[in-house]
Design a protein around this ligand. Structure first.
Ligand code: FAD
Length: 445
């Protein structure tokens, strides 16, 4: 379709994960939607170089996919991950289940496959029109026009209202905030990432435990891997951008092999194409962004990474972007005649919690690189799981609340702090009681 959005239709800038889901959700409520995506249609095979990049889908994302009626189609595309397999430097492994029972699992899904499925369903809906290779250039808030670049030509759209779902490097956000007293904060991690692929065995079986997230925790750099349905795994290496043993200093085949000899010797036999893959896969950067406001008047609103990009260490970027879509739909439903009020209510309901998520995601960076192999961390995890088993209604580990419930992120963190206080209180009370009993015994003797 090439007709631009008309006054009675909504324009969504960005047909990624959040944009395509929201297009469907709005269409299901009877709203006409035009989606403008910068890239070519990912379903025609030209877009990605056949690489599979996968993400962990958890409760919040599942909830949003359930609301649009797609979860039964998404689940068969996933591989269940029932816990983490920790790979120690000596090659030994240890399994840490995610929760106390089999219900608390994550689902690994190929991001392109999920995006294609969402676009397919959006396209099949008579209310949705998809416009690929349309890059947003400019927004004129006074005339309420969007300007796109399409094949060297300018396309002008005059939609009823606009959603910015154009990701961490959103163009909608700065255009929307031009001339406003807006806040914007961005922060790059000194570490970057590179994806490598671990092929299946010739018979299609997986070379490492299939139904788990694998972690190779090292203080200086670490791997996380998600499984694919064909028995392969997508490995993501997180490493400093600069300095010794960094992406910058690891370029030649000798340097690549030396890095793996030093930190990940057990991966060398599993990655026969390591040197070629290293050179051909780009090094990515990791960014956290925070901004306010998330909307302008009753005309533009932001969702997903466009208003809160987080580091990927809690596996919540997509999940929270999907949760935004549900929250925006709920706010529009609650304020049917006042879109501006809906946008404000949506931001008030979400922003404090996505701010918390940004902090949690930073904290999990330390956990993944270091703590998962420490004695204290493991002891803490065991206490968490044991308390959860003994007091299933009172004690919920923070990870459980984030990944396996839809409790707002800030509420989950506050509850986790309360729980900790109670347990620390109980531990010190027990210690005091023991001390008192000891003193009494000494006196009695
Ligand atoms: P995107 O998916 O980035 O979509 C934005 C879309 O907008 C893109 O299609 C882009 O082409 C388009 N666009 C951009 N600019 C323009 C423009 N000017 N005009 C038109 N279109 C435009 N999340 C999880 O939940 N679980 C995980 O396990 C997980 N792992 C991750 C691992 C890594 C290494 C990274 C980097 C991220 C990970 N994430 C994970 C985060 C997740 O990928 C993002 O949070 C999610 O993709 C955000 O969705 P979005 O729709 O907001 O943005």
């Amino acid at each position: 379709h090439s007709q631009p959005a008309a006054r009675d239709r909504v324009a969504i800038v960005g047909g990624g994960l959040a944009g395509s889901l929201l297009a469907l959700a709005l269409a299901q409520r009877g709203v006409g939607v035009d989606v403008y995506e910068r890239r070519p249609d990912p379903r025609d095979g030209r877009a990605e170089g056949g690489r599979s990049i996968n993400l962990g889908l958890s409760k919040r994302g599942i909830q949003a996919l359930t609301e649009v009626g797609l979860i039964d189609e998404v689940m068969p595309l996933t591989v269940t991950m029932s816990g983490r397999v920790i790979h120690a430097p000596d090659g030994s492994t240890r399994f840490q289940p995610y929760g106390k029972d089999g219900g608390e699992v994550l689902h690994s899904i190929d991001r392109n496959e999920l995006n294609r499925l969402l676009l397919d369903h959006a396209q099949r809906h008579p209310q949705v029109r998809l416009h690929f290779e349309h890059r947003l250039n400019r927004i004129d808030k006074a005339t309420r026009e969007l300007e796109f670049e399409h094949g060297g030509a300018r396309v002008i759209a005059r939609p009823a209202w606009v959603v910015g779902a154009d990701g961490a490097f959103s163009r909608t956000r700065p255009q929307m905030q031009r001339g406003e007293r807006a806040d914007y904060h961005q922060e790059y991690l000194e570490w970057g990432y590179k994806e490598l692929s671990l092929s299946p065995k010739p018979d299609g079986g997986s070379r490492i435990e299939l139904e788990a997230l694998h972690v190779w925790p090292r203080v200086h750099g670490f791997f996380v891997s998600h499984p694919n349905r064909d028995g392969s795994h997508t490995l993501t290496l997180f490493l400093p951008h600069q300095g010794p043993d960094s992406f910058d200093s690891t370029r030649t085949p000798e340097q690549i092999r030396a890095l793996f000899d030093k930190y990940f010797p057990d991966l060398i036999p599993l990655l026969p194409n390591l040197v070629e893959d290293w050179a051909s896969h780009p090094t990515g950067s990791l960014i956290t962004t925070r901004t306010a406001p998330w909307s302008a008047d009753d005309w533009i609103v932001l969702v997903g990474d466009a208003c809160h990009a987080v580091y990927p260490f809690y596996g919540q970027g997509m999940n929270s972007a999907f949760e935004d879509c549900s929250a925006l739909m709920a706010a529009l439903h609650a304020h049917p005649r006042d879109r501006r009020a809906a946008f404000i209510a949506y931001e008030a309901a979400r922003r404090p919690h996505t701010d918390t998520l940004a902090e949690l995601s930073k904290a999990n960076f330390v956990e993944l690189k270091q703590k998962v192999q420490s004695f204290w961390f493991l002891a803490r995890k065991r206490i968490d799981v044991t308390l959860n088993r003994l007091l299933p209604r009172t004690w919920l580990p923070l990870y459980t609340m984030i990944a396996h419930t839809t409790m707002p992120y800030g509420d989950a963190l506050a509850r986790s702090r309360r729980q900790e206080k109670i347990v620390l209180g109980a531990v010190s009370a027990t210690a005091l009681a023991a001390f008192g009993a000891g003193a009494w015994l000494l006196r009695a003797l």
